[in-house]
Structures are given as structure tokens and as C-alpha cells.
Ligand binder design. Structure first.
Ligand SMILES: [Zn+2]
Length: 424
């Protein structure tokens, strides 16, 4: 990587060639082969979640198509990053590469303007390349305008589309594109990448700190790079697990485990106090539920001895904490937690007061968990209701069912349980 020493990390390590683009080897190999065999598609479609590298990949493809290096074969048809064309594309000033963000320009007139020049030959490259980001945002008439060109594009024209929502693209367009699904970068791969950069930058770090950054980035190289940049500034180049946790805050797994421990232990008062302290720090209540769901899933995996994936994504300290938590929670409680938390997550999105909603959720869980065999009770409710549902089309209430008073009490306390089991 021969970029200037003092530029910020995200800019300095933004991939310029496919070799530097981590996690997308399949895409690069396929396109290299197509260029070698002179079978370049007229249109490429790049899909994937945000931050996975779609626009970066689009620019790299544009460079592969237009690189004017004399050593193309020696470079195995990857862009040289040094010729006039490559540099112009990197700096977004190539006269033959047009970039458009469909999120802000959705109409037919925008597309018309864009493809007006399609008939004219490129100025200084082999191809005219049209990159359209968030292409699913185009209006129907804009798609129709584009389709005409896609059906019979001039030899010198290539399209590269990028999207986060492939289902919103008409099939007439899809069928004319070579599609590549860019995958999220796996945590293990991301950690290796971050290690390489930290060593290159002569940064002090411990593995725990990089694991936390990789996890917070959730598969996005862009997010990982900007978090690393922020971490270096925050810690003055001495990354430690504790400091990075302080910086990221929200993703502090240990605190989530502590909360889960309080909830399962029936300590409702302290659970609510903890939730409120998260809330005061600006954490979204639905985020707390999400984190609890993730932790519950991790515990279940540990319980069935499928802990490898959990281990690799957590720091040593976190893993030892969740492991001891797993030892203290029985499988029926995990099942109950899973059901209740997922239900809580659905409820909170439409709740009048999200913070009250999560408090009520914790109270319900503690109440249910204080009984013997909470999952048995939930199942019992579910079975009773299914039987009643088969017999009658009337609204079902606890009074219609001959079950013990404890279960009746629960049905009244968990009105959502009824609706959910009947839908099943
Ligand atoms: Zn080049």
C-alpha cells in the first residue's frame, strides 16, 4: 500500500485493487477471468448490505476495464493504480466514468441526462462506464428509460449498478445484469485485516481491542476502518480492550451479560436501574433487547457445545463471563427468554414509550421465570389455545379454557401470548 503516510486510516486503506479488497475474492476472480477471455458483461449488479464495499468494488471494476497500463498481463488484469486512467478514477475525475446516486436522482429526466451521451465514444479510455449507486431507488419510468439502453448497449458502454435492496429492481433489468452478491466480512477475517493495519501503522494493541472493533463494524470494512481511526485518536495509539469498550460504549457485552444475569436472577429492581442507566447514556431501548437476544443465542450455543463461533467473536474475558452465565441458566429458561425477548422486540417498535415497554418486559420475564418450568407453562398456554381455536371461531379468553389459575393469570398478564399462539 503506497499511499501517503499521514492521511486518515479510512482514506489510506481504502482498497484500490481487488487484491486489497478483503472478503470478495470470488467477485474479483470472476471478473478477471471475464476480462482475460474478452467476455465482459454489459452490466454488473453489485448487491450487499451497506458498508460492504459496493461503490469501492464498482470503481475497481471501472479501473479494471479502463486501466491503460502496458503490463496488463503481468498484473493479471488487475488495475495498476498508477496510469492516468486509474488515477483519474480513484480521484473521481475520469471523463469516461460517470457516477450517479439514484437515491437523490430518481426520475426519468436524470436517467435521460445520464444516458444521452451513451452513443458517443469514450474520450480517453476503452469504455464509458456508468456507475449507478442505490439503483433500486429509480422510478419505474427511469427504469424503463434505462432498459432501452441496456437491451442494445453500444460496444463501448458498460453499466455497474449497486444496491442494498435487490428485490426492488425490476426483473427486466435484473435479467440483463451479471450479478455479484458481496458478502459481509467475517469477524476472523476482519481481525486479521485490522492487525495488519495496526502493525503497519506501528500502533500498540491487544487482540481484545481489535475483536471489539470488528464486532461493532458488523462486517463493514468501511465502519471498521473509521472505528480504528477513531480508536487511535481516542487512545493516542495505545489500543486496549478497556479503552475501546469505553469509546464504543453501546456494544459493551459484559454489561449486557450483567443485565441478563440480573433478569434471570429475578432482581427486577436492579435490572430496571441498569436499563435506565443505559438509557441515560443514550442507548436505544430496542438496542438493549437486541443485545439481550444475541447473548441468549450465544448461551444456547454454548449449552449445546457449539461454542466455537461464539468464542472467536468475543474477547477472552467476555467469553469466560458468558460461559459461567450459561452454566447457571437452564435450557427451559433460555427458551422462555428467547420467546419473550423476540416478542418484546416486536412490541417496542410500536410502543408509546419504549423505555416503559422494556421495563414491563423485564418484569414479565422475572415473573414468568419465578415459576417452576416457565417453558412448560408457555407451552401449556399455547396448546390450550390451539385446541380452543380449532373448536371455535369466537374470541378466546382465559375464561374459556379449563386450566389452572396460575396459567389464567399468565394469559391475562401476557395478552400478546394469545395472539401469537393462535397465529401459529
Ligand atoms: Zn492503470
Amino acid at each position: 500500500m503506497s499511499k501517503s503516510q499521514n492521511s486518515p486510516i479510512p482514506l489510506k486503506y481504502r482498497p484500490l485493487t481487488f487484491n486489497e479488497l478483503i472478503g470478495q475474492e470470488l467477485v474479483s476472480q470472476t471478473i478477471v477471468n471475464a476480462i482475460k477471455m474478452d467476455r465482459v458483461a454489459n452490466a454488473y449488479l453489485l448487491t450487499g448490505v451497506r458498508g460492504v464495499g459496493k461503490t469501492t468494488t464498482a470503481r475497481i471494476i471501472a479501473k479494471m476495464l479502463n486501466c491503460s497500463s502496458k503490463n496488463r498481463e503481468e498484473l493479471n488484469f488487475t488495475p495498476c493504480s498508477e496510469c492516468e486512467n486509474c488515477i483519474a478514477i480513484t480521484e473521481s475525475r475520469s471523463v469516461d466514468v460517470y457516477e450517479m446516486d439514484a437515491a437523490s436522482r430518481t426520475g426519468i429526466s436524470d436517467i435521460r441526462e445520464l444516458i444521452e451521451g451513451v452513443q458517443y465514444a469514450p474520450v480517453s479510455s476503452k469504455y464509458k462506464v456508468y456507475i449507478i449507486d442505490e439503483v433500486h431507488m429509480l422510478s419505474t419510468s427511469a427504469f424503463n428509460g434505462l432498459l432501452k439502453t441496456l437491451e442494445e448497449p453500444p460496444q463501448h458502454v458498460k453499466f455497474i449498478f449497486a444496491t442494498t435492496e435487490v428485490r426492488k429492481i425490476p426483473t427486466t433489468i435484473l435479467s440483463r445484469c451479471q450479478r455479484y452478491d458481496l458478502k459481509r466480512v467475517e469477524p476472523e477475517e476482519m481481525i486479521i485485516f485490522l492487525k495488519k493495519i495496526s502493525e503497519n501503522e506501528k500502533i500498540n494493541y491487544d487482540t481484545g481491542s481489535l475483536k471489539i472493533i470488528a464486532r461493532a463494524a458488523d462486517g463493514s470494512v468501511r465502519d471498521a476502518l473509521s472505528l480504528l481511526d477513531q480508536s487511535i485518536a481516542f487512545t493516542d495509539g495505545n489500543l486496549s480492550e478497556t479503552k475501546i469498550k469505553d469509546m464504543i460504549g453501546i456494544n459493551n457485552s459484559e454489561e449486557i451479560y450483567e443485565l441478563l444475569n440480573l433478569i434471570v436472577g429475578g432482581d427486577t429492581n436492579n435490572s430496571i436501574a441498569k436499563i435506565n442507566s443505559f438509557y441515560d447514556q443514550g442507548v436505544d431501548p430496542s438496542m438493549i433487547i437486541r443485545d439481550l437476544i444475541v447473548a441468549t443465542h450465544q448461551i444456547a450455543l454454548i449449552k449445546i457445545n457449539a461454542e466455537e463461533g461464539v468464542k472467536s467473536s468475543l474477547t477472552e474475558k467476555e467469553f469466560s463471563e458468558i460461559k459461567s452465565l450459561a452454566e447457571n441458566i437452564e435450557m427451559p429458561t433460555i427458551t422462555m427468554l428467547w420467546q419473550m425477548l423476540n416478542k418484546g422486540l416486536r412490541e417496542i417498535s410500536s410502543a408509546f414509550s419504549p423505555i416503559s415497554s422494556i421495563e414491563m418486559l423485564v418484569i414479565r420475564i422475572a415473573y414468568l421465570n419465578s415459576m417452576e418450568n416457565p417453558d412448560k407453562i408457555l407451552n401449556e398456554i399455547s396448546n390450550e389455545l390451539k385446541m380452543v381455536e380449532k373448536d371455535t371461531t369466537k374470541d378466546v379468553s382465559a375464561e374459556d379454557i379449563e386450566i389452572d389459575s396460575k396459567v389464567k393469570e399468565i394469559i391475562d398478564f401476557f395478552p400478546g401470548t394469545k395472539i401469537e399462539t393462535i397465529e401459529n
